[in-house]
Design a protein around this ligand. Structure first.
Ligand code: PRP
Ligand code: URA
Length: 209
């Protein structure tokens, strides 16, 4: 059964409230995508396995904790996931970054793949797939299908805003993926947009509409 965490932190709620306003500028919106992603990342990395290592402080020898295994890998879904990755890299600067390019066909709402480039050892890493919006769930499911076809198993999915329809589809098709959500909104409208939502995340980040 998929593990779904809905963040209820006041900072996240406050920042999402600014992002939802139609008067928020492109620059402010873009900065907030990174900031909220960083806050969700803090929670999403809570259960990473640690091991002990011996080090010397300026005063003595001691045992400290280190994250086990290979470094982490962040996989933004293009375009809108890119700025989430930027925020997460502030917390995990040594993470590798893979990219999956998908866009939603405006009529069918089905995802169309146009790019996939991952680290060669991605299957040995903990993977954090990031996209601000989980609407129908089609893009998230397709991105995770691509990763699993390449032998990747340790997958987490992070988004800023989700619709119940998307959460249901993602958790049904990929029950082994941990899902972290900034806020669970009410529903999708007839065009597949999240309500109340924040509009088209990619267009608001890049100022393309
Ligand atoms: C948006 C968003 C997700 C997708 C979510 O991307 O960033 O990738 O829609 O919708 P879904 O859950 O119904 O698949 P979009 O297709 O607009 O592409 P863009 O990031 O290039 O703007
Ligand atoms: N993609 C977006 O960017 N926003 C939505 O509300 C739905 C899909």
């Amino acid at each position: 059964m998929a593990n779904v965490t809905i963040m209820d932190h006041p900072l996240i709620q406050h920042k999402l409230g600014i992002m939802r306003r139609k008067t928020t500028s492109t620059k402010e919106f873009r900065d907030l995508v990174s900031e909220v992603a960083m806050l969700i990342c803090y929670e999403a990395t809570r259960n990473l396995p640690l091991h002990d290592i011996e080090i010397e402080t300026p005063l003595c020898q001691t045992t400290v904790k280190e994250i086990e295994g290979k470094k982490l890998c962040i996989v933004p879904i293009l375009r809108a996931g890119l700025h989430m990755a930027d925020g997460m890299l502030i917390l995990i600067p040594n993470a590798k970054v893979g990219h999956v390019g998908l866009y939603r066909d405006e009529k069918t709402l089905e995802p169309v793949e146009y790019f996939c480039k991952l680290p060669s050892d991605a299957a040995d890493r903990e993977i954090f797939v990031v996209d601000p919006m989980l609407a129908t769930g089609g893009s998230a499911v397709a991105a995770i299908n691509l990763l699993k076809k390449r032998g990747i198993t340790k997958i987490h999915f992070l988004c800023l805003i989700a619709a119940p329809e998307g959460v249901e589809r993602l958790t049904k098709e990929h029950p082994d993926v941990d899902v972290f959500i900034g806020n669970l909104d009410e529903r999708l409208n007839e065009n597949g947009y999240i309500l109340p939502g924040l509009g088209d995340a990619g267009d608001r980040i890049y100022g393309t509409k």
